[in-house]
Ligand binder design. Structure first.
Ligand SMILES: Nc1ncnc2c1ncn2[C@@H]1O[C@H](COP(=O)(O)OP(=O)(O)OP(=O)(O)O)[C@@H](O)[C@H]1O
Ligand SMILES: [Mg+2]
Length: 251
């Protein structure tokens, strides 16, 4: 469904242009849940933004359903790291926001936004404003705002980084449920190895603008964090992340 074909992306810099993505080839199947994992600055957000259509490749092609991505589209919805809710809008108004661009009437927008809030367990809080919601609830509204567009692809950039560990666990469980219910394809960026193993069918580990390796995991959901296979997977991903022991010692 998604294909990166030898994609590079440069950003202008003072001396020479900075190569944020270097010849990346990478594909995602329909309905897959893939995590992109890597150190800060390795190019995860750049990859996601290319797929969203916010930026274009310097070389290579990004294809969705065989067609090059040229601009943003409601079928590819992004959940950002920051909650990015409008503080002057209630939960339902925030959730309904993107629907204006689809030309739906008010009743339809309301019904769809309420259904999306219900999917994230916030139907009762629909009239609250962001300042009246907890951090976890705000992030649920952000997820609802994406779901309301009924996207084929959900792009999530560190969506749960700002919430506490317990809430994060709940949001992860909710996301897996939503993924099963909707069949949406998910590309999820994280710094957190544990989160990637808990969520993804496949983890792509990035290093310095490239995909260093991938791990496919068929373990059934819900996954047990204490299990031996979880720990083994953790070690395997760590090895990909650090590449070799020399680099481990440098850190
Ligand atoms: N608009 C830009 N102009 C110049 N350099 C940029 C721009 N956007 C990103 N970069 C650089 O490209 C590299 C990759 O950035 P990117 O945001 O993709 O990293 P990331 O893996 O998402 O990091 P983090 O985990 O910290 O969010 C970084 O070194 C960054 O400084
Ligand atoms: Mg980033």
């Amino acid at each position: 469904m998604i294909e990166f074909k030898a994609v590079s992306r440069c950003f202008p810099a003072k001396e020479e242009p900075f190569l944020a993505l270097d010849n990346v080839s990478f594909a995602v199947d329909r309905g897959e849940f893939v995590c992109l994992l890597g150190h800060s600055g390795c190019g995860k957000t750049t990859l996601l933004h290319l797929l969203a259509g916010f930026i274009t490749p310097s070389a290579g092609e990004v294809l969705v359903e065989g067609k090059p991505v040229r601009k943003p589209d409601p079928s590819r919805s992004v959940v950002f790291q920051e909650y990015a809710l409008f503080p002057w809008m209630s939960a339902i108004q925030n959730a309904a926001f993107g629907l204006r661009s689809l030309g739906l009437d008010k009743a339809e927008r309301r019904a769809r936004a309420l259904a999306a809030l219900d999917m994230v367990g916030l139907a009762k809080e629909s009239r609250r404003y962001p300042h009246e919601l907890s951090g976890g609830q705000r992030q649920r509204v952000a997820v609802a705002r994406s779901l309301v567009m009924r996207p084929a692809i959900l792009l999530m950039d560190e969506p749960f980084a700002a919430v506490d560990a317990l809430t994060r666990g709940e949001l992860q469980g909710d996301l897996l449920r939503l993924w099963k219910e909707t069949g949406v394809t998910i590309l999820f960026v994280t710094h957190n190895i544990d989160e990637a193993i808990f969520l993804a069918q496949r983890v792509a580990v990035m290093r310095r603008g490239a995909i260093a390796g991938e791990r496919t995991r068929t373990a059934p959901y819900p996954r047990l964090r204490g299990s031996e296979s979880f720990a083994a997977e953790y070690r395997a991903i760590e090895a990909l992340l650090y590449g070799n022991t020399e680099e481990l010692l440098e850190k």
